[in-house]
Design a binder for this molecule. Structure first.
Ligand SMILES: Cc1cc2nc3c(=O)[nH]c(=O)nc-3n(C[C@H](O)[C@H](O)[C@H](O)COP(=O)(O)OP(=O)(O)OC[C@H]3O[C@@H](n4cnc5c(N)ncnc54)[C@H](O)[C@@H]3O)c2cc1C
Length: 535
């Protein structure tokens, strides 16, 4: 085992330079710990990266919009000083209709009311109240994101403050409390059907409940996923998501710069083969090239199954823990298509010409657009079928960030939900071109000629997300965000505070509380928890 854990060892090794791993490393290094980050890929950032997929075209290859980033991470690590710039999007969403026009939503309440009023005056009046309700609930929940999850089975003094804040907030909700519980514990569909009557609006809002989850709008727990996606106000207002100047990788770059400035060492193309354990304690890691590096603590940003089933010898872990980790739901129903475009799509009913309009700035919703269609595509996926009209979120970040594509050209992200999880890589080899044609044809319905504007594209199905980004099963959250796997139960009950049964080994990625998405919360909390223990 070489000098693992011995003299010359690091204080902490972080396995994986996902944005959470980089965040953890920055906090540890700032606290004076000798910190080493080991990333298997040549690029830092995990699923939060910008890559030049074709000459001159810079793509946010996996994650494509920022909305959940914790303000404390940006502030405490001085990320703006390391080049981070959010580009708020307004309007933030456009749902085009085949007959022309569509639903345009943004920060201007009066413009929203006019747009929604074309479908339902009642909905136009209800949306600001709905958003205010989400805002009030988010204010109760948000403090719980910035600390390890209080665990009722293992209470401790440090839990009291976040719990007291949440309890005080919950009491302030008063008559809204049952509605909040209904949202957090139930399905998205009844919530949306209670609030709204028009389908383009219900379908547009439902997308937040389904992104990344293998679920239909009627599945219990989708209310929480919906809610998870409206927390944070990176875009300047609740639920208004932002682009990052330079693509999502610029957020990871800023974190990497902050970590390095604080003294952390970052190594690319350094895949870890094993986490070394002796006497029940993590002692360091062995790389795939056979070299051994010692450390007093190991934090893993890889997902829980990769960490505990692949990198740790099963004999070092309790059997029931290994069984629980093996049983985690790592299924993924998503496909990401990245494309280089010759020109901007022209949506029916909107002006021709190269200039971008408000309809291009936000997330463009295409395909399955009403609640029944979303149910149908989920049912198709459960039966192992590709849905005929999947739900697609398209973004065109080069509209607000001209450094991403050559002059006049654009990059597009198309995030597609409800493919059957578990299709093999070989099956996808046969399916990719046809699947891309189906998705592009749905965009053609609302923006004729879109298919012909595609210069090049890549289709990343779940096996590709696993192969490229190391995401087990292609799951974008490092495991389902189901109610039984949140807070102190994430990844497993009794292990919600980042620590594992092995002393000195903890999780710092999205498989831990508060879960998936580009937030930085998992990395910050995990680092602070380790520092607290050292004290
Ligand atoms: C296609 C897609 C679209 C998404 N869209 C959005 C979005 O728009 N907005 C949003 O907020 N979230 C989005 N998400 C979710 C979000 O990107 C992830 O939940 C989040 O980035 C996870 O970050 P992480 O740092 O915890 O882990 P990861 O980003 O998964 O990082 C883990 C790192 O560990 C490395 N690693 C694994 N094993 C080893 C090993 N043995 N040795 C060394 N390194 C290893 C991996 O290479 C990787 O770099 C999306 C995800 C995907 C995949």
């Amino acid at each position: 085992m070489g000098d693992a854990g011995g003299k010359g060892a690091f204080d902490a090794i972080v396995v994986g330079a996902g944005h959470n791993g980089l965040t953890a490393a920055a906090y540890l290094a700032r606290a004076g710990l000798q910190t080493l980050v080991l990333e298997r890929r040549p690029v830092l950032g995990g699923a939060c990266v910008t890559e030049e997929l074709w000459p001159g075209f810079q793509c946010s290859r996996a994650a494509y919009v920022a909305g959940l980033v914790r303000p404390a991470v940006v502030r405490e690590l001085g990320l703006e000083g390391h080049g981070l710039r959010f580009l708020p999007r307004d309007p933030s969403s456009f749902t085009p209709l085949p007959e022309g026009g569509g639903l345009l939503l943004g920060r201007d309440e009066q413009a929203n009311a006019r747009s929604i009023g074309a479908f339902s005056r009642r909905d136009a009046e209800a949306l600001p109240r709905y958003e205010a309700m989400l805002d009030r609930i988010a204010r109760v929940i948000e403090p719980l994101l910035d600390a390890p999850a209080p665990d009722p089975a293992r209470p401790r003094w440090a839990d009291l403050l976040p719990l007291a804040r949440a309890a005080r907030g919950a009491l302030r909700l008063r008559r809204e409390l049952p509605e909040a519980l209904g949202l957090l514990l139930g399905a998205a569909r009844p919530v949306l059907e209670t609030w709204f009557e028009s389908e383009p609006l219900r379908g547009t809002l439902a997308t937040d409940a389904l992104i990344g989850a293998f679920a239909s709008p009627s599945s219990p727990g989708t209310g929480y996923v919906l809610f998870h996606h409206v927390m944070g106000d990176t875009g300047g207002a609740r639920g208004v998501w932002a682009y990052v100047k330079g693509g999502m990788g610029a957020f990871s770059d800023a974190l990497a710069a902050a970590a390095e400035a604080a003294g952390a060492t970052l190594r690319r193309e350094a895949p870890v083969a094993r986490i070394l354990v002796a006497g029940g304690r993590a002692r360091g890691v062995e790389l795939v090239d056979g070299s051994v590096i010692g450390a007093r603590a190991v934090l893993s940003c890889a997902d829980p199954q990769t960490t505990y089933l692949d990198l740790v010898d099963a004999a070092e872990l309790p059997e029931d823990f290994v069984r629980g980790i093996a049983a985690l739901d790592m299924r993924s129903p998503v496909v990401k298509i990245n494309a280089a475009l010759d020109r901007l799509p022209v949506f029916r009913g909107h002006g021709e010409g190269p200039a971008a309009g408000p309809e291009h700035r936000g997330t463009i919703h295409v395909g399955a657009l009403d609640l029944d269609a979303l149910e149908a595509s989920y049912v198709a996926a459960v039966g192992g079928e590709l849905p005929a009209r999947p739900m697609v979120e398209m973004t065109l970040p080069s509209v607000v960030d001209d450094g991403l594509a050559p002059p006049g050209k654009h990059v597009a992200s198309l995030f597609v939900q409800h493919v059957p999880p578990g299709l093999s890589a070989e099956r996808w080899d046969a399916l990719r071109p046809e699947f891309a044609r189906t998705v592009f044809a749905m965009v053609d319905e609302v923006a004729p000629g879109f298919s012909e504007s595609v210069l090049d594209y890549e289709v990343l199905a779940p096996p590709d997300l696993e192969r490229i980004f190391g995401l087990r099963g292609g799951n974008i959250f490092h495991g389902a965000m189901s109610l039984d796997r949140l807070a102190f139960m994430r990844p497993l009950p009794g292990h919600g505070r980042y620590a594992s049964p092995i002393e000195g080994l903890s999780l710092c990625g999205a498989g831990a509380h508060p879960g998936g998405g580009v937030m930085g919360a998992c990395g910050r909390n995990a680092a602070r928890e380790l520092l607290r223990k050292r004290r």
